[in-house]
Design a protein around this ligand. Structure first.
Ligand code: IVH
Length: 690
């Protein structure tokens, strides 16, 4: 890499790290593991050592990762909330020990504590009363979450014993693993009941207890927080005057005032004892009821802590040793191929059950054919599985040395496992597809799920799993069958459902109330406007926007069915490919039969006009760009343009007919419009045109 390229790569790395920080601290939804993050951070540090002149003041190596959230009062910390240096290796820990010894000699001890995987909190007490609790935020100031922290039973609001008049205490708020599972399970149920799509459910669940705890503490309603059963361990006391000489004494004192201090800490005389503590909890951590991600090692004597001091970001008297994601060795039994609702094929490895990080793992995702190729996977291979931030483990590598001499390579399937159709793989894509969208079972179920989903027909009470059950029970094969379902058919219908992560089979059944809901939801869906019915039909490439354009242009399904490819493609921004898909859909007799039935059940297969909206073709053939703010909303203005035959565009080009300029319009747009001689008109000028 030459220098400018290297600098660009550095800047890209800084942006990437900032984005990960934002996802972790603000959204509570990280998408890489701590280990991966730390490796990226180390890479960033290495570049910054080589090129100190590039270092950005807000580089993630320079500042604490969090950001303050907007909805809480901001409070400045009396003592900055620093992070800790970290390492994943005994060797680096040895270097830390050497640095400490060089600075303060050998007459000291360490305290080893668990590194609780939650979120840091700083709590201030005055005369024994909790007065404020603040999150780490950006390290200098954080969110005042006192009301929420007061719901945590293990954090006392009133102290007892001989406490200092005024002090701050720091600790970690976390959620127990069991609580996490219970709450995530009930959140899942709630989402199913709301009819949220199966794949969207996974996105909306919390990935781990830490995210759940963090998401909970940021809630605005503390009554809701109270339901989350959060817990806390306190691990650092800040006082103005000295109350003791060592960190371990401070922990004993804090406990005597009523704080919950973890039992799992130990004073260590030397590095060997520190390493023994680390080793002990490497395996024992899975027996704990909460998650830890490492061990924190602190110099015990305050006077030595003072001598060692701080860097800009971290104390030099403490470090954290982080455990790597655990891996286990297992044997590949077979590969199964799942067919998704769009026909996309996902290979899954079935493994000999193995214990990993406290759970039994039987499957791992293989993602696609390239991944199988990358691993050079063979039958009965011995594989290393790892759990990252995600719930489903992945295969990180294959132990080829243990492979049987005659083992066959895993060959990706060529035909759909559900319907036998030859698979296709489009150029430039990694995923294989089954093209048989009209008869392949999972695809049919997928289309039904799409039909009932919120943005389509929005049928309350019908979730993905119920739809699949109706299909399996031969009650519904096509969209139209939904409209002849009866209460009697639904009430008491029981079905089994397989959990994708564990393969566990669970029994469910539709109760009276559920059946009533579904019937009512189906009846209400008949009022859904034409554009959404068109979207619900699931024609390939006809998303919400295209469906809206087609509906507005053709006005009813009969017109659309009679249109030829040119007429469809002529609708603005609808290309030949979409036109081809629309034609293909309407040339299928089975689809026509379904549409005729839908029409007979009273669904909206034509545009319904809102009489309050003015309509004309006064603007036919003219394009408009709306920019700035107006007396009406921009959306209403755009609607007026469409309803009067005009066309909305989103960028200035030579072919633009009018730019409707509102207040606060950007100077760049004005300049470009002037350069291209585009007529500028006001809201009033526009209204006069119609
Ligand atoms: S001591 C100046 N002790 O780890 C000392 N931190 O990466 C500050 N953490 O922000 C921290 N368990 O949220 C300390 N036993 C423990 C801890 C702990 C978890 C967290 C804490 C801190 C982060 C640093």
């Amino acid at each position: 890499m030459n220098l400018p390229e290297e600098k660009l790569a550095y800047e890209a790395l800084v942006s990437e790290l900032k984005l990960h920080n934002y996802k972790y601290y603000v959204l509570s939804q990280p998408n890489i593991s701590d280990y991966e993050f730390d490796q990226l951070l180390k890479k960033c540090e290495a570049i910054e050592t080589l090129h100190p002149e590039w270092v950005q003041p807000d580089s993630p190596t320079q500042v604490v990762g969090g950001e303050v959230t907007k909805n809480f009062e901001q409070v400045k910390h009396a003592y900055p909330m620093m992070s800790l240096g970290n390492t994943y290796s005994a060797e680096e820990l040895g270097e830390f020990d050497q640095r400490v010894r060089k600075a303060i000699g050998d007459d000291f001890t360490y305290v080893c504590e668990l590194k609780f995987d939650g979120l840091a909190i700083s709590i201030s007490y005055e005369n024994g009363k909790m007065i404020r609790a603040v999150t780490r935020g950006d390290g200098t100031q954080g969110d005042d979450v006192t009301a929420n922290v007061k719901t945590i039973r293990s954090i006392p609001q009133q102290l007892h014993g001989n406490f200092p008049a005024s002090f701050d205490i720091r600790g970690e708020i976390f959620m127990h693993k069991k609580t996490f599972e219970r709450l995530n399970e009930s959140l899942k149920k709630e989402l199913i009941e709301q009819g949220v799509d199966e794949d969207k459910i996974a996105e909306r669940l919390y990935k781990n207890p830490r995210n759940f705890a963090s998401g909970s503490l940021k809630m605005q309603d503390s009554k809701e927080v109270a339901k989350r059963s959060l817990d806390a361990f306190l691990y650092f006391v800040y006082t103005k005057e000295n109350i003791c000489e060592t960190h371990s004494e401070s922990l004993t004192l804090a406990e005597s005032w009523g704080f919950q201090v973890s039992d799992h800490y130990q004073e260590c005389a030397n590095l060997a004892e520190v390493l023994a503590f680390i080793n002990k909890y490497e395996s024992e951590r899975h027996k704990l009821s909460y998650e830890i991600d490492g061990v924190v090692i602190k110099v015990n004597q305050y006077k030595h802590q003072e001598d060692l001091g701080f860097t800009a970001k971290i104390p030099k008297w403490a470090i954290s040793y982080k455990y790597k994601a655990e891996s286990a060795l297992s044997q590949l039994l077979s590969v199964s191929y799942q067919v998704g609702r769009t026909g996309a094929i996902t290979p899954v490895a079935n493994l000999k059950p193995v214990q990993l990080a406290g759970t039994t793992v039987k499957r791992a995702s293989l993602y696609n054919a390239d991944e199988i190729e990358r691993l050079d996977l063979h039958e009965l291979d011995w594989v290393h599985v790892e759990k990252g931030g995600e719930i489903i483990p992945k295969i990180t590598s294959v132990n080829a040395a243990k492979r049987d001499l005659f083992a066959q390579k895993i060959n990706y399937i060529s035909a759909c496992p559900e319907c036998g159709t030859q698979l296709i793989r489009k150029e430039g894509e990694v995923v294989h597809y089954c093209p048989n969208d009209s008869h392949c079972k999972p695809q049919l179920i997928g289309r039904l799920e799409h039909f009932v989903s919120r943005k389509a027909m929005n049928i309350d009470g019908l979730g993905a799993e119920t739809v699949a059950a109706l299909f399996q029970n031969n009650l519904v094969r096509t969209y139209a069958d939904l409209y002849t379902l009866t209460y009697e058919q639904l009430n008491g219908l029981s079905f089994e459902l397989e959990e994708s992560e564990t393969g566990k089979i669970k029994k469910r059944s539709i109760k009276e109330k559920g059946a009533e809901n579904i019937i009512q939801g189906i009846a209400l869906s008949k009022a859904v406007p034409f554009e959404r019915v068109l979207f619900a039909l699931g024609i390939r490439m006809v998303g919400e926007t295209v469906a809206k354009k087609l509906a507005q242009h053709f006005e009813n399904v009969a017109n659309l069915m009679q249109a030829n490819a040119e007429q469809i493609a002529a609708v603005h921004e609808i290309g030949e490919k979409i036109a081809e898909n629309v034609l293909r859909f309407f040339s299928d007799e089975e689809n026509i039969a379904v549409i005729n039935r839908l029409q007979s059940y009273g669904l909206n297969l034509h545009v319904q006009y809102d009489p309050s909206i003015q309509r004309s073709d006064a603007l036919a053939g003219k394009s408009f760009l709306v920019s700035g703010t107006f007396s009406m909303s921009r959306d209403d203005l755009k609607k007026l343009i469409e309803n009067n035959g005009g066309r909305n565009v989103s960028a200035i080009s030579k072919s633009l007919d009018y730019l409707i300029a509102g207040d606060k319009m950007g100077p760049e747009k004005l300049k470009k419009a002037a350069e291209l001689n585009i007529p500028l008109i006001s809201e009033q000028d526009f209204l006069a045109m119609i």
